[in-house]
Design a protein around this ligand. Structure first.
Ligand code: GLN
Length: 487
């Protein structure tokens, strides 16, 4: 069955002519039709457009034209990535019906590589959340246990890949939104370094933190997708002009000697024993394959969550000021003057978590508090980066758990935002410091729920990070497991 295969194997099959893109897309569309009414991973799938793209690629292949790296491969997109002429809602009522007049840079790259845009996946509204429960439209379920959350905010993308409703997907990661749902759904989630991938056309949340990332079945697929989306784009001034290595080419070369830093702060109170056990045994696997583990410290890690929840809402409050009901998005039906129209449109359009973030951020930036809160958070952020720089001077990567617990039941944290924020305690430091990060499957809980190992690398060290991740995958088979229900 094609829907269980990795992207690399599907591309192999397409290239050899074992399957056509049209046939592949039919299988994925059929899987979506069968399973998505339960899983609710997708917000929008346009079957006619999917099949038209697939047929066009098949015809070009038939004529012997040179095709891109992803020719004929369907890929799902988180619904905060703009696709020209297609709905892009950010799972918010304020953008219901909005169709962007342009493609995000990563979408342009995917199209150029011959990928088929399969559909738009669910997320927490404007990517604010850790469970995908903050979507204004639907709650996505975890394919390993449908009474549980898939993680978030790229929960739709992670669930779709895990359940075989897409062979690969793109998401975005501002504080863990690719790595955390990847860990909870048992797939690979790669967050490239700040600057590695253009965010042009990614709807902005926290502009100093946001990055586009990949959700795939394995590390080879992550390397392939990164190859396609990475690199300079003048339309995002934060995008690095650094050369992009050919990631898939060096993937099988192990790093010797390999030194892995294990920060004691990543094994703190609140870490579920089952998660700790799985991560510790993954570290033993590395040791058995010749890696050296070093005990390191991130003394400022305990302040990362507090710093993040000042910086991210501050930037969000500014970024989301553009939704005013004037040029696009929702406009209140009944209103008085301009002020009233804006207030009502925003009041009706945004959900509770987004409003909470806007209020927190506006407060943190307000006169008299800005120095104490926002600037204080920026200083902590610098110290966190310094901690990592010191570690990367002697270690190739840093390793630890991706999440403190396995996927939790739907509704269990809905009334307690603080406990929800804690789900990101291990992932946010990478965003504050601009690092590259990846979550790879490393085991299961007693209840059969996936557990992720997080590896972090210095900025722009994705090639090394991917090789380290691949060397674990080569000697384990966690990444090859698929949830039974969605066979
Ligand atoms: N869960 C975090 C938040 O709510 C991170 C979200 C993200 O990475 N987009 O802000």
């Amino acid at each position: 069955m094609w829907t269980r295969e990795t992207a690399c194997r599907l591309i192999g099959a397409l290239t050899r002519g074992d399957v056509t893109s049209a046939r592949l897309c039919e299988e994925f569309l059929a899987a979506i039709e069968t399973h998505d009414p339960v899983l609710r991973a997708y917000l929008h799938v346009d079957e006619t457009r999917v099949m038209a793209q697939a047929q066009a690629i098949d015809e070009r292949r038939g004529r012997g034209e040179p095709l891109g790296l992803l020719a004929g491969l369907p890929i799902a997109l988180k619904d905060n990535l703009c696709v020209e002429g297609e709905p892009t809602t950010c799972a918010s009522k304020i953008l219901k019906g909005f169709r962007p007049p342009y493609d995000a840079h990563v979408v342009t790259r995917l199209r150029r590589a011959g990928a088929i845009l399969l559909g738009k996946t669910n997320l927490d509204e404007f990517a604010m959340g850790s469970s995908t429960e903050n979507s204004a439209f639907q709650v996505t379920r975890n394919p390993w246990d449908t009474s549980r959350i898939p993680g978030g905010s790229s929960g739709g993308s992670a669930a779709a890949v895990s359940a075989g409703l897409a062979p690969a997907a793109l998401g975005s990661d501002t504080g863990g939104s690719v790595r955390q749902p990847a860990a909870l759904c048992g797939v690979v989630g790669l967050k490239p370094s700040y600057g590695r991938v253009s965010r042009f056309g990614l709807v902005a949340f926290g502009s100093s933190l946001d990055q586009v990332g990949t959700l795939t079945h394995d590390v080879a697929d992550a390397a392939l997708l990164l190859q396609v989306i990475a690199g300079h784009d003048p339309r995002d001034s934060t995008c690095a002009a650094a050369p992009v290595p050919v990631y898939p080419d060096t993937l099988e070369e192990p790093i010797r000697p390999l030194t892995i830093g294990v920060p004691r702060e990543f094994f703190a109170e609140g870490l579920a024993p089952e998660v700790e056990a799985a991560v510790r045994s993954a570290l033993r696997v590395y040791e058995e394959t010749g890696a050296k583990l070093v005990d390191v410290s991130l003394p400022h890690a305990p302040y990362a969550l507090a710093a993040y929840y000042l910086v991210a809402p501050a930037e969000a409050s500014s970024n989301l000021a553009r939704y005013d009901g004037v040029r696009f998005g929702h406009r209140a039906g009944e209103h008085g003057d301009l002020q009233d129209m804006i207030a009502r449109s925003r009041g009706e359009g945004f959900g509770p978590e987004v409003k909470r973030r806007i209020m927190l951020g506006t407060y943190a930036l307000s006169s008299g508090y800005r120095d104490a809160y926002y600037l204080g958070a920026l200083k902590v952020r610098r110290l966190i980066r310094n901690d990592f720089d010191a570690i990367f001077a002697k270690c190739d990567v840093v390793a630890g758990p991706t999440t403190p617990t396995v996927a939790f039941p739907i509704g269990s944290k809905a009334d307690d935002p603080l406990s929800m924020y804690l789900a990101d305690v291990y992932t946010i430091s990478a965003n504050l410091a601009g690092l590259a990060g990846i979550s790879i499957p490393c085991g299961f809980s007693g209840d059969g729920l996936p557990i992720g190992l997080q590896l972090l690398g210095a900025p722009l060290s994705e090639d090394r990070l991917l090789r380290v991740a691949r060397s674990y995958e080569r000697v384990t088979d966690w990444h090859a497991r698929r949830p039974e229900t969605f066979a």
